[in-house]
Design a binder for this molecule. Structure first.
Ligand SMILES: NC(=O)c1ccc[n+]([C@@H]2O[C@H](COP(=O)([O-])OP(=O)(O)OC[C@H]3O[C@@H](n4cnc5c(N)ncnc54)[C@H](OP(=O)(O)O)[C@@H]3O)[C@@H](O)[C@H]2O)c1
Length: 215
């Protein structure tokens, strides 16, 4: 599949590019700076010489891709995506954003943000299919190409077209197990679990994620 990543130069975006590129998907790295995107393209090619990858700006990344991962700081997501509203029509977005703050040595969800970021995206764009997922999967796990994944991908969706395309994509990656968590309005629940994991990571000096038992 043709996958865009906005931004593909950050920790999570680059890690998604590596993991999905490893499995033969065509990757488009989007950045505010084309030079920065090309540097990341070259870095990833050194690691994975056979990867099909191209660095570009946000707009051309959306135009080139069918499915676009959003891995941006939460406070810029809506403005950046509103700039791309025209080209995002009929595309599928996978939003990974977490509204998180770090204060006094502790991670917490930003309590000033009421709705989940994915809900805000859904309400801001026309005819764009939105999935909320990957919040609890660290870049440290995704970009370690020697590490086999064994991760639940907790996801939220409002429409079946987005969901079926998402499931087709996820099942191409070994070790990713999708778990349907309901509609997008509920994804604020997972946003609160990320600071929980990061506080645990800090205490134990590990990279943790969430696995659902009993399914
Ligand atoms: N890190 C993880 O393990 C992880 C896991 C799950 C979810 N996430 C989510 O993914 C999102 C990105 O996290 P990250 O850790 O990858 O962050 P990051 O390393 O800081 O990368 C963020 C990227 O966003 C772009 N950007 C656009 N506007 C920006 C601005 N005003 N200030 C700073 N950067 C801006 C930058 O790319 P350009 O300059 O190239 O445009 C930058 O490389 C967050 O919402 C986070 O909650 C992260």
């Amino acid at each position: 599949m043709k996958l865009g990543i906005i931004s593909g130069t950050g920790k999570e975006g680059k890690a998604l590019a590596i993991r999905f590129g490893m499995y033969g998907h065509s990757i488009f790295i989007g950045s505010r700076s084309i030079d920065k995107a090309v540097i990341i393209e070259k870095e990833i090619k050194l690691q994975l010489p056979k990867i099909d990858i191209k660095g570009s700006d946000y707009r051309n990344t959306v135009l080139a891709a069918d499915i676009i991962f959003i891995a941006l700081p939460y406070h810029v997501v809506i403005d950046e995506l509103l700039n791309l509203k025209d080209v995002l029509k009929n595309k599928i977005i996978i939003d990974t954003s977490v509204p998180m703050i770090y204060n006094n040595g502790k991670f917490n969800r930003d309590s000033t943000i009421k709705d989940s970021i994915s809900t805000q995206i859904y309400n801001s764009l026309d005819s764009t299919h939105v999935i909320s997922a990957f919040h609890t999967i660290s870049h440290l796990d995704l970009n370690n190409i020697n590490k086999e994944l064994d991760h639940d991908v907790l996801y939220f969706a409002n429409d079946s077209l987005a969901e079926s395309n998402f499931l087709n994509l996820i099942t191409t990656i070994k070790g990713l197990n999708p778990v349907n968590c309901g509609t997008l309005d509920l994804s604020f629940l997972i946003e609160s679990q990320v600071p929980l994991l990061l506080n645990i990571n800090k205490i134990y000096k590990k990279s943790t994620s969430i696995k659902i038992k009993g399914l």
